[in-house]
Ligand binder design. Sequence first.
Ligand code: ADP
Length: 245
Amino acid sequence: MQEEVKLIVDGRRIDGRLPDELRPIKIEAGVLKNADGSCYLEMGKNKVMAAVYGPRKVQPKHLADPTQAIVRYRYNMAPFSVEERKRPGPDRRSVEISKVSREALESIIMKELFPRSSIDIFVEVLQADAGSRTACLNAASVALVDAGIPMKGIITSVAVAKVDGVLVLDPMKEEDNYGEADIPFAFFIRNGKIESIALLQMDGRVTKEELMQAVELAKKGAMEIYKLQREAIMRKYRVEEEEEE
Ligand code: ADP
């Protein structure tokens, strides 16, 4: 019963956050030796790993596009990533998440530079706690940069939820379960500025005014995440430089 769960008490959320606060975020680039680019990312209790391969020859060959690279994105939840074991393999939800996430990233990848090739992005959710698609997109963006894939900018993703009538940034599982709305966003950020929305989904109900406020709240969160993505990339290059010296 929605009414019985109080998600905001004295202006604070059940994990102590203010409505406009993100969960703690940890990002590490270049963690997998056998991928061209990779990233491990935590967003609250979400733990995800992204691996990028490419540009490389398309397999199977008949999928090759003579004018540009094809981009593939696979979002997968490990069976142990949720409380009740998740049945392994793709399902409708993961297929949908993979599709919208791919479309968000495809819009910024310079595909025309690599005809007949593929850029393959694999994202594994090791532990999920709401917002896993946003965590995966943030990790995938960093992994793409780590792989050296030319891009027009970067994608940064965060959700906003409405709980107890209040808009909150980066909802956790309880807020997602018992809240009135959940709105994942992804933004295209170029030269440190948000240029456009690359993904916007919603379930639940909000007013037009609330949706506008949700966009502003998500933008604020995205800029904070963007800084951490940049730091992770710079840290990786610093470590590589030190190793070379
Ligand atoms: P997102 O993780 O992007 O918020 P959803 O809103 O669909 O995507 O899912 C919210 C949360 O519900 C997930 O992060 C996960 O914790 C849980 N969940 C999703 N699918 C399953 C599943 N098949 N089994 C158990 N828990 C799931």
